[in-house]
Design a protein around this ligand. Structure first.
Ligand SMILES: [Zn+2]
Length: 298
């Protein structure tokens, strides 16, 4: 879907919603979803309007085949998160790309912060968001290399008490009814048909489709291990070019479907999080019981 069309639909939805709901304060319709664009006073209104729901779109800086930009995941995840927040209001944190990407350190342009700093920076970021009223934080992941880090981060929120809840929204680009893929879905993982199609919607000006065949995105399968046995070098063993799939097979049609699906998934997540009154209550119960486990009913 064209950005302009999406914005037009968003504006239409917003006018339908405001026509149906009780009269909003005059300034509300103009509140940006961008944290960094709000004034101090508007930020306070924005947090109230968002019911404490904030998005932390999480990208990365790494090579994406021979044809996509280093910031591809950051650009794509911000595109869908910002569109979703305009449909279902939430405050969106500025650019964040300090995630897990050790496996691309041999490629130009990769920024791979150390393990300790990744976790500490993320904790201090969500702590600061919560101190400013974001009591329900949805980390919207845009990078496959964060798929283990983020659930671990969410789990580790139980280590010590927090007055907010961390949710993690995965990459939800595909769904039933999507246009037929031209390349093999089994290896369509990184800068391949699917991701390149999404990039053609978010930032078509940065997609160099003619360069996609310059490298191979084939699975080199250089380490053979039984299923269920994990080792960190698996990705390098399979895709040392940081390219998995066939970017040249990308199409705007597939990209429009993926963008729509991903945006809808985030909209549903924001609505679910706003409605969720149980997670924080149970967290507080858990923190209290964890102080004296021998008193927990058996
Ligand atoms: Zn990517």
């Amino acid at each position: 879907m064209h950005k302009s069309l999406l914005l037009a639909i968003t504006a239409l939805c917003a006018s339908i919603v405001s026509a149906q709901s009780p009269a909003p304060a005059p300034a509300q319709g103009k509140l940006s979803v961008h944290w960094e664009e709000l004034t101090g006073a508007d930020f306070r209104d924005a947090i109230a309007r968002a019911q404490g729901a904030c998005l932390l779109p999480f990208g990365i800086l790494e090579k994406h085949g021979p044809h996509l930009p280093l910031g591809n995941d950051l650009l794509n995840v911000r595109y869908v998160a910002l569109n979703a927040a305009q449909q279902e209001y939430a405050v969106v944190f500025p650019e964040y790309y300090f995630g897990q990407i050790f496996e691309a350190k041999h490629q130009p342009g990769t920024v791979a912060y150390s393990r300790g700093l990744e976790l500490q920076l993320l904790q201090e970021t969500t702590d600061e968001m919560a101190r400013n009223g974001c009591k329900k934080i949805i980390i919207v992941n845009g990078h496959g290399g964060n798929n283990s880090l983020l659930p671990y981060f969410a789990q580790s929120q139980l280590e010590t008490p927090h007055d907010y809840v961390v949710y993690v929204q995965g990459i939800t680009r595909s769904a039933q009814g999507e246009p037929k893929h031209k390349s093999n879905p089994a290896t369509d993982m990184h800068a391949g048909e699917s991701e390149t199609s999404m990039s053609m919607i978010a930032r078509p000006d940065l997609v160099h489709l003619d360069r996609a065949p310059q490298e191979s995105g084939a699975d080199q399968a250089r380490v053979k291990l039984p299923e269920g046995l994990y080792t960190g070098i698996w990705w390098y063993a399979r895709f040392p070019n940081h390219y998995a799939g066939e970017g040249a097979a990308a199409s705007r049609e597939l990209g429009e479907f993926e963008a729509r699906t991903w945006i809808n998934g985030i909209v549903q997540a924001i609505r679910a999080v706003k409605a969720d009154q149980e997670s924080l209550r149970l967290q507080n119960e858990f923190y209290e019981r964890s102080k004296h486990p021998l008193d927990t009913p058996q």
